[in-house]
Every structure is written in C-alpha cells, then in structure tokens.
Ligand binder design. Structure first.
Ligand code: FDP
Length: 337
C-alpha cells in the first residue's frame, strides 16, 4: 500500500477545498513541534527532562519540566510562521501575542502542551491537545476575550499521543484521521482515514476514587454499569483509566468506549476538572467527527459559550449511545428537581 504523508494529505484536502493554505501550513507547524516534543519525551531520564520544574502554572498546578519544555517548543515553532494572530496555553495565564518582528496570520491557536503530566515520570503515555480558531476580523492584537468562541467555530483540532508509537489524530470538520510517526523518515503517515467510533460499547473510563463525591445521576449510571449482566443494563462492562486524557480518548477512537470526568463535590466550585478551550472542545470536535458524542452531562460541549480562557467543564465523551444514556440521567434528574 502506498503511504500518504501528512503533507500529502493536507495538499489533497486543500485541493478538495476542505482546508485553506494558511490553516494547512499551521497544522504542519504544530505537527513539526509535536515531533520535537516526542523526541524530548522519548529521551526520558537520559534527557534530564523528568521531574518537577519547581514552578506552578496559573491554575496552581505543579509544572513538570516537560510541561515547560513542551510549552516552549510549541510557542517557538508557531511564533514566526505568519499563520497566527496569537497563542494561548494551559501553562500561561494570558494569550501570547506574536512578536512584532514576525508577520501575523488569521488564526488563534490554543493548546495543552503536555496533557496527563502526572504520568510523565512513570513512562506512561502523555500527549499534546490543540484547537485552532479564526481570529475575529479587524482584531490585530487578540486578547483572551477573542478566544472565547464556542467549540462549533473550531477550524481544526487534534492531539498527539506520545506512547509506544507517536500518533497524531486530526480533524478540520471533514472526518477524523490518524497519522503515525515514522521515526526513521521523520514523517507522520496516514494510518486511518475517516475513523468511526462504534455507537455502543461495554467499556468505560472514569476515576472511580471520586465516586462518593459524584452527583446522584452519576452514582446511578455507574452503579448500573457495575451491576453488569445482573443489573438493568443486562451486560458486563469493563473499566480502563489511564489518567492521561489523550490516551483514554485514543483508546475510544480505536475501539470505542466512553470517558467521563463528571462534576463532583470537590471540584464543583471550579466547574469541573478539564479545561473547555484546550481539552474538552478539541476532543469533542474529534469525537463528534468520528460519529461519537461529547456533552457536559447536560448539554453539548461544543455548544457552550465560553466565559474564560481557562474555564473548566465536566466531560462525557465517546460512543454515542452510552453518552446519551448518562446525559439523559442527568437531564432527567434536573427536571425532577
Ligand atoms: P493531568 O492533570 O495529569 O494533566 O488534564 C488533566 C488530566 O491529567 C487528564 O489528562 C486526565 O484524564 C485527568 O487529568 C486525570 O485526573 P485524575 O488525577 O483525577 O486521575
């Protein structure tokens, strides 16, 4: 079979009118930066990149050295290319403007440079998540408010999982596609086109240690899955939890399943655990484009009007029918008051 590189794929998609030149170049630049992050993560202890950076991000979370390195790689790679008006990252409170010495483009890039950082030091898969928006017309110096666009307006979204293989999963609204990094050649090669997530599943991902803090409908839903073949669902469910969202989502993209980070009493004041703009929205776009569903447990994630760059939301995503059942339980409980 003739292999198709990411660059070839993007050229073909440009010819089909699915992506414009500036956006396809931006995707290439992000993918190139992720190759450098893959090299850094692969070096592990030998690269002196493990452990804490000794700093905290704006959300009060301890930063790992690789969080900081990955953030710098993405910022540096994207500063000079001329496709961006500004960048925003989990690791920075405010958007980063494009330095005056470089030309500015029409896009806004948001990213979580290294998701699942608690897994870095134990050699478990981590990843990068990104979302691309259009910079509003006439805005030359984008501020946080210009990034606050609903997920439905995303032009592209993707993630790279740094696992046994480095894999890029990408959408720009015409299906979800997977590319695997050929390390010898240094290119991402198309490995799955138009991925489809099975509608039904018997596998779920959730941090069960939070169970006692969940809301009643979540307790009910997971309780029914755990009851298995003897319970109301009439089948046994299996559980998987990597604690790297990228790895858990990649499993779902590969063989179906559902992922939940619901509201619980500990995180209620914050609105949830995962960040809307650079975790939930891009993952929701990728999942929906593969035929799955993504909600907050109450409404479609991509329909939310964002209120803050670092806003958090509950996340339910994956195989459509299962997300629908869990969401229905929450909506029904709210209606019953
Ligand atoms: P992390 O904080 O390690 O970056 O993005 C947040 C995230 O990881 C997700 O990748 C992961 O799914 C989740 O948090 C893990 O949460 P728990 O610590 O509750 O397991």
């Amino acid at each position: 079979m003739k292999s198709i590189s990411l660059i070839q794929f993007l050229i073909e998609e440009r010819r089909a009118g699915h992506v414009n030149a500036e956006l396809s170049l931006l995707i290439e630049v992000v993918a190139r930066a992720c190759k450098r992050i893959a090299v850094a993560t692969n070096k592990g202890a030998l690269g002196g990149v493990l452990g804490d950076a000794g700093t905290g991000n704006i959300q009060g979370e301890a930063q790992k050295k690789l969080d900081v390195i990955s953030n710098e790689i993405l910022l540096e790679a994207n500063a000079w290319g001329g496709q961006l008006a500004a960048c925003a990252s989990e690791e920075m409170e405010d958007p980063q403007p494009i330095p005056d010495m470089y030309p500015k483009g029409h896009h806004l890039l948001l990213f979580d440079p290294l998701d699942g950082s608690s897994n870095i030091d134990v050699n478990i898969s981590v990843g990068t998540i990104f979302s691309i928006l259009r910079c509003p017309d006439g805005v030359t110096e984008p501020k946080a408010e210009h990034f606050l666009q609903p997920g439905t307006t995303q032009l592209a979204a993707g993630y790279v999982v740094y696992g046994p293989a480095t894999v890029l999963v990408l959408t720009f609204g015409h299906g979800t596609h997977e590319f695997t990094l050929d390390r010898e050649v240094g290119s991402f090669i198309l490995s799955r086109r138009d991925i489809r997530i099975p509608e039904e599943t018997a596998e779920f991902a959730i941090n069960m240690s939070n169970q006692r803090h969940w809301e009643t409908p979540m307790q009910r839903y997971i309780g029914e899955l755990l009851a298995g073949v003897d319970g109301p669902r009439g089948k046994d469910f299996n559980m998987r939890w990597v604690a790297s969202m990228v790895a858990d989502v990649h499993r779902i993209i590969t063989r179906g399943g559902v992922f939940f980070y619901p509201l619980d009493a500990k995180i209620k004041a914050k609105g949830g655990k995962l960040r809307l703009m650079y975790e939930a929205n891009p993952m929701a776009f990728i999942i929906e484009q593969a035929g799955g569903a993504a909600t907050t447990g109450r409404e479609r994630i991509m329909g939310l009007q964002p209120t803050g760059l670092h806003q958090r939301v509950p996340v339910f995503l994956g195989s459509r029918k299962e997300v629908e059942v869990a969401t229905h339980y929450h909506v029904e409980a709210d209606r019953a008051g």
